[in-house]
Structure formats: C-alpha cells, structure tokens
Design a protein around this ligand. Sequence first.
Ligand SMILES: C[S@@+](CC[C@H](N)C(=O)[O-])C[C@H]1O[C@@H](n2cnc3c(N)ncnc32)[C@H](O)[C@@H]1O
Length: 247
Amino acid sequence: MNLYETDELLGQYMDFHFGESHFGVGNYPARCARLCQDLMAGISKGRALDLGCAVGRSTFELARVFDHVTGLDLSNRFIDSANEMKRDGQKRYFLREQGDLGRHVTATLVEVDLQSVAGKVEFAVADACNLPTDYCDYDLIFAGNLIDRLEDPRAFLASLHKRLVPGGVVVISSPYTLMEEYTPRPNWIGGFEQNGVPITVLDGMRDILGQHFEMMQDPVELPFVIRETRRKYQHTLAEASAWRRIR
Ligand SMILES: C[S@@+](CC[C@H](N)C(=O)[O-])C[C@H]1O[C@@H](n2cnc3c(N)ncnc32)[C@H](O)[C@@H]1O
C-alpha cells in the first residue's frame, strides 16, 4: 500500500500545502520556492521541474517567477488533487480532529494569491527515477523531501544533469530520514561510517553531484510542521542544498 495514495496522507498534505501554519512555522513549499527564486536571481527563469510535488503548492509558488512549471509525482491521488486546484482553484479535504472526527475544509488558490499562475503549471504522474526523455532542458529542478523516499537516490542524483540546461540549478531539500522501507541500506548514500569516518547524505550528494555540479552556497535549514490530528504534529528540520550545473 502506497501511503501517498491514502485519504489520510491526502488530508495531511492538503493541510501542509494549503492550510494554516502551525506553531508559527511558515509554509514550507512556499519557503522552498522562495529559496529557489533567490538562488535564480540573474539566471533565466523559463522552465522549472518540481519532482515529488505532492498536491502542488511548490509548483504553483514557482510559477510566480517561472514562465512554466511542471509538477510530477508518483501518487495518482496527489496529482488528481493538484489538477483539481489548477482546474477549479479550490479543493475540499478532510481535516482530522481525533479518530473519525474532523471537518471538511476548502483550500483555494485565491486565499494564497496563486489564482493568476494556474495557467503556467502542469501536473502529471511520473516516476522521478524513470522519467520520459522529453522532461529536459529545465532552468531549475526542485526536489522537496523526495530523495529519502527513493529506492536508489544515487541513480536519481546521477541523472539530474541530463534534465537541465548548462548553468541550470538543482535544489534538494530533505530531512534525510533514511528508512529501509524506502531506501534499502545498500543504496544509502550517507548516514553511516566508512573506515571510521562519518559520511552524511550531504557528503554523498557532494560526491555524486560533484561530477557535474558545484554547490552554490552553504546548505540552509528549513523547518516544517505537518499536522496529523488536532493534537499531534510532526516538527521536522529539512536541509536545502543548491547546485549549479557546470559540466
Ligand atoms: C515526503 S513527500 C514530499 C512532498 C512535497 N515535495 C513536500 O515537500 O511537501 C514525498 C513525495 O514524493 C513522492 N514520490 C515518492 N517517490 C517518488 C518517485 N519515484 N517519483 C516521483 N514522486 C515520488 C510521493 O508520492 C510524495 O508525494
């Protein structure tokens, strides 16, 4: 069972992307998009690709400054919701209080001032690790909280340069929650010791992306809060790194 196809996760992600902020932590997809925008100052902002876009908030946010943004995700449910937001400008979802109790709420693009960019985004179901060849020539690729959900993050990272124009930028944010149900241990790119030396996921990314990219600035921390119920929240600290294609 893919968790990202369930009612439960759909409600959580609709709230995460379009609901109110919790404990004063600002909207994560919007902050990620703003970071991308800042990094792209002075760089062409024609086409962007949002991999693992879920219900689409970062894709819409990137469209504030990009001419066209494609959001891709493996979850049919999530992509259907993103498309509903694009088509209707709104979507109802269930916000759980406790047990079976909760209420239906409506997210709208107008509330977050994104209605005018809906014509610049497209959403599709696709596997970020097995993309059709025509997903190419992007100025920016953003992968938010995706790499620790992949079976083979090394192969994914090693393929990214082929999708970008020369000088294009990749932004990867992740809390590096290495979990064997998503990434078998032999495929971990960090989070272990090698010859007594600790290797982090960032070290692994440096090693793999270093073939074609240079790091643009020191990684930044991006906290986020996902509401599970009225009384249970996940508070997580992602790290975002930015890489510019040089070869
Ligand atoms: C932890 S969620 C993060 C979603 C969103 N980027 C965010 O930060 O809110 C991971 C997302 O990646 C998607 N995903 C997992 N594996 C994928 C793959 N191979 N290709 C595309 N999307 C994938 C899941 O369906 C889910 O929407």
